[in-house]
Design a protein. Structure first.
Length: 139
């Protein structure tokens, strides 16, 4: 069995943003040489997310609106976590809602996706470099 590991680095210039990382993950799959197996993609920061969904701008807007309604950034004093001097409690909650990781089957050397599925990096406390782990195991 083969094992492959790579870290992808991202720096979203704004506080929040969504990045389609499917091409980056596919490049990792090609580098790995795995034809049959599983791929894990996870955010290695507690204020970022990795998730699968459609790459459609209206949906991205809806995520932003929904997440800000559920866990608004301001006022920052509404969160006990921010009493420590941080201002990112909302980012931790947004990450929890969107998820830490995805696992995708690899079949015949390709990501075994359903229609429209893409992998996204969700940033909720950006403006600095953060990493995503890609781990591939298979034959």
């Amino acid at each position: 069995m083969k094992s492959y590991r790579k870290e992808l680095w991202f720096q979203v210039p704004s506080r929040r943003g969504l990045v389609n990382i499917t091409p980056d993950v596919v490049a990792c799959l090609c580098e790995s040489g795995v034809q049959e197996g599983m791929i894990l993609v996870n955010a290695m920061h507690i204020t970022a997310s990795v998730f699968i969904n459609d790459d459609e701008s209206g949906l991205h807007h809806d995520y932003e609106t929904f997440l800000e309604r559920i866990a608004p950034h301001a006022p920052i004093d509404q969160y006990r976590h921010n009493d420590t001097g941080e201002d990112n409690a909302d980012a931790h909650i947004k990450r929890q809602l969107m998820g830490r990781e995805v696992v995708v089957a690899i079949t015949a050397g390709a990501l075994d996706f359903g229609p429209w599925e893409q992998i996204f990096y969700g940033e909720f406390d950006g403006r600095r470099r953060k990493r995503v782990l890609v781990k591939i195991i298979g034959e």
